[in-house]
Write a protein that binds this ligand. Structure first.
Ligand code: IYR
Length: 224
């Protein structure tokens, strides 16, 4: 038997053209100030803020509305220490053990990353996003998921933006490989670690590389 959702009216707000532009400019002014941060303050952050960021992430569009994401919030100091330890074991292989291919190393050179991942212990929260490669029916049958990467990527974009709007900092960290996160977070095999986010306030004297963003003309192309 085919199941269809009932359809309900949808009436998003409409704004006058000047107001549309004003709102767009205001949002851009907000998001342009976001930076990936690698130096965090140890100051506690209310769990409520993590909740709100995950709520925002959960509004993302997803393939067949399957919402194939799961966010695990780690606040406990000892667990954060274990994550740091495991991540650094992998990263030492990458940076010092020669596992990073030379072109990848060269691409990272300008941002100055190393195998030291102290921020994984300093930030008061680690939030691990898992992507559900497939789902399960209540009877335990596998359910195929569609566009998992696209869906979870958009959810993570909303997560990052929600944190930024609250004045919090994060970093999209993808320790490679990151299977250890499944063990530490006790996640089942249908869930693949996707991004590890340290969440907190930027350290008082945090510095970020002086990067510039591509001009609009490089990223918006009128179709010829
Ligand atoms: N996962 C490593 C390497 C790394 C890769 C990319 I692409 C970056 O933008 C930054 C780092 C690390 O976290 O150091």
């Amino acid at each position: 038997m085919e199941h269809r959702h009932p359809f309900v009216p949808y009436t998003p707000p409409r704004y006058a053209p000047e107001e549309m532009v004003r709102r767009g400019e205001e949002f851009h002014r907000l998001v342009r100030r976001r930076r990936s941060v690698r130096a965090f303050s140890a100051e506690p952050v209310p769990y409520r803020c993590v909740e709100l960021a995950v709520r925002a992430a959960g509004t993302a569009p997803s393939g067949a509305h399957q919402q194939p994401w799961k966010f695990v919030a780690i606040g406990d100091q000892e667990t954060r220490r274990r994550v740091r330890e495991a991540a650094e074991i992998e990263e030492r292989q990458n940076y010092e053990g020669g596992r990073l291919p030379p072109d990848w190393r060269a691409a990272l050179e300008p941002i100055g990353t190393t195998s030291d991942k102290a921020y994984l212990e300093t930030a008061p929260w680690l939030v691990v996003c898992f992507a559900e490669k497939y789902g399960r029916t209540p009877e335990g049958e596998k359910v195929r998921h569609y566009y998992v990467n696209e869906s979870v990527g958009i959810a993570c974009g909303l997560f990052v933006t929600a944190l930024h709007t609250m004045g919090l900092a994060t970093l999209t960290h993808t320790p490679n490989p990151m299977a250890f996160l499944s063990d530490i977070c006790h996640r089942p095999t249908n869930e693949r670690p996707y991004i590890l986010f340290p969440v907190g306030y930027a350290a008082e004297r945090a510095e970020v590389p002086d990067l510039t963003r591509k001009p609009l003309s490089d990223i918006l192309i009128p179709c010829p």
